[in-house]
Ligand binder design. Structure first.
Ligand code: B16
Ligand code: MG
Length: 224
């Protein structure tokens, strides 16, 4: 495998702020079961798969359900979430994301998506970024949820880049843990207190310069 550097982007919270739609859909579902659901609890669901998210909500409400009921609720939540997604457009892409993505693509640097979401392709299509990614690894392509590194390791393999030469942009604690376990450089997007395990943390992409991107590419290559 030739030494190259690859970049892997998480979706929710990095490219678009879909956490607010997950929140509205989970809150409606939790409340319909008599379970309270706060923004703080929603934080704990970031980067966590749909199954694990519902399991957590049910445990907060001390509720146990049959498998059929569980599947029915997962379907309900997703239908509600999809009604928000259907109204999305490029205006919901987070600031400076296209600038950095285009810089990487224009410089022929391999770029992948590594998301827990089973709706990733639909979201990327809605916001017009689908074609920017050389490969998309999402909740349909992996069996183990973050913090397991599977999603990022599969992305590296598809990019034909060694894991140690991959750079991951992530907004969730589980995602940073996954990137670190994969042996990749982790860049947190969000709160530095929450993402203290990341190699670097930025509030958002407006704080990331081309100069920084060039520096980490050189650093990754010199470490190979
Ligand atoms: P879905 P990411 C994650 O996406 C979200 O952060 C998380 O809140 C959500 O439960 C998960 O996707 C599954 O999403 O229900 O659409 O399959 O941050 O890994 O891009
Ligand atoms: Mg995320």
């Amino acid at each position: 495998m030739k030494t190259r550097v690859g970049f892997i982007f998480d979706l929710d919270g990095v490219i678009v702020d879909t956490a607010k739609y997950h929140f509205l859909a989970w809150k409606k579902l939790a409340n319909s079961l008599g379970i309270d659901f706060t923004e703080t609890q929603n934080e704990q669901l970031k980067g966590v798969s749909r199954v694990k998210s519902l399991e957590k909500i049910l445990s907060w409400g001390n509720l146990q359900l049959s498998e059929d009921k569980f599947m029915e609720l997962m379907g309900k939540k997703n239908a509600d979430y999809l009604s928000y997604i259907s109204k999305m457009s490029s205006s919901e892409i987070l600031p400076n994301v296209p600038k950095i993505l285009n810089y990487l693509v224009d410089n022929k640097i391999p770029v992948a998506l590594g998301s827990a979401s089973k709706n990733a392709k639909a979201i990327l299509t809605k916001v017009g970024l689908f074609n920017k990614f050389q490969t998309i690894v999402d909740g349909n392509s992996v069996t183990k949820a973050k913090p397991d590194p599977e999603v990022f390791l599969v992305a590296a393999e598809k990019l034909r880049v060694q894991p140690k030469n991959c750079v991951v942009f992530e907004d969730s604690l589980a995602g940073i843990q996954a990137a670190n376990s994969a042996g990749m450089l982790s860049i947190g997007i969000g709160d530095s207190k929450v993402l203290s395990n990341a190699d670097y943390v930025f509030k958002d992409f407006t704080e990331i310069s081309f100069n920084f991107i060039n520096q980490i590419i050189e650093k990754e290559l010199s470490a190979s």
